[in-house]
Design a protein around this ligand. Structure first.
Ligand code: MLT
Ligand code: MN
Ligand code: ZN
Length: 294
């Protein structure tokens, strides 16, 4: 299996259009690598590809990925797009894939409902683009790989929030993916609100884990002066702290890579103590264009 990181950033990317935090300034100045928004491509044979989440940056992401270019006059090596939640950073790129080429969109009923409710997605040609409903915990195949979706603690998409929001709900609104090629197993969990024991045990089965790296501490935004919203409120657990991903996943044996990294996260600074701690704990951060073989 080959895994190509299309976008390592969280919603907003790095730099984010309206942000002047240190990381965003450094990315504009070219001293930090820029990150587009949350997306990954996986392939068993480097011929057929599955894209995990369609970010608003998918046009530039595909443009930067020769393996994902059409091989003929019109077409795509992308057989399927699998969605892990209904957030803008994971679905808006579908609108870029509208120019009449066949592929399938695989998502849970909850996420397919979002696409149905929002009429703008009807721009995807319904004679060519297939909607495939995936059930939790039922393996399915795409492009020669076996996938399994499983619920992880999370919340509904920002634009679906009501007055009361359950930030660590379990159901079809936020999923993780297990991807298997017959030899190696990858887990992809770009959004996750908590790491209960059963989820730690699942992820321990992976040869590689791409995991939610949105925030270092719950209050990264307050610390950087960029806002008041916490990671918890956004449905993302922190990397640090006793219940954070670094401590909770300390014992898992596979490669550990953070993805969906918010522009305010201090680990993006190469000389930060936070980055040193992350590396000392056996983690890496994803970068746009990075390729992995689990
Ligand atoms: C998130 O991951 O919290 C979302 O991408 C937020 C958003 O929709 O901007
Ligand atoms: Mn997001
Ligand atoms: Zn910023």
């Amino acid at each position: 299996m080959i895994v190509r990181i299309l976008g390592a950033g969280a919603g907003g990317g790095l730099p984010q259009w309206n942000c002047g935090c240190r990381n965003c300034q450094d990315a504009r100045a070219g001293t930090l690598p820029q990150m587009t928004q949350s997306s990954v491509a996986v392939s068993a044979d480097e011929t057929a590809w599955v894209v995990l989440n369609a970010s608003p940056d998918i046009r530039s992401q595909l443009g930067a990925s020769p393996a994902l270019a059409p091989s003929g006059l019109r077409g795509t090596p992308i057989s399927s797009v699998i969605l892990t939640n209904g957030d803008i950073d994971h679905i808006a790129g579908l609108l870029t894939l509208r120019e009449r080429t066949a592929f399938e969109i695989c998502a849970t009923a909850d996420i397919l409902d979002i696409l149905r409710e929002n009429g703008v997605f009807r721009v995807l040609a319904n004679d060519l683009v297939r909607y495939r409903r995936i059930e939790l915990d039922a393996p399915f195949s795409a492009a020669g790989l076996t996938f399994r979706a499983f619920a992880v603690p999370g919340k509904v998409a920002l634009f679906k929030e009501g007055d009361k929001v359950e930030t660590a709900a379990m159901g079809g609104q936020t999923i993780g993916l297990e991807i298997h090629d017959g030899a190696k197993r990858l887990f992809y969990v770009p959004g996750c609100a908590a790491l209960p024991d059963w989820l730690v045990a699942e992820l321990a089965r992976g040869d590689a884990v791409l995991f939610d790296g949105t925030v270092w501490e719950d209050d990264d935004m307050r610390r950087t002066g960029t806002g008041e919203k916490t990671g918890t409120r956004m449905g993302h657990l922190p990397m640090s702290g006793p219940e954070g991903s670094i401590v909770r996943l300390a014992g898992i044996p596979g490669q550990k890579i953070f993805i969906h990294i918010n522009n305010t996260n201090p680990v993006l600074q190469p000389d930060s103590a936070e980055r040193a701690a992350l590396i000392a704990a056996g983690w890496r951060t994803a970068q746009d264009g990075m390729e992995l073989r689990p």
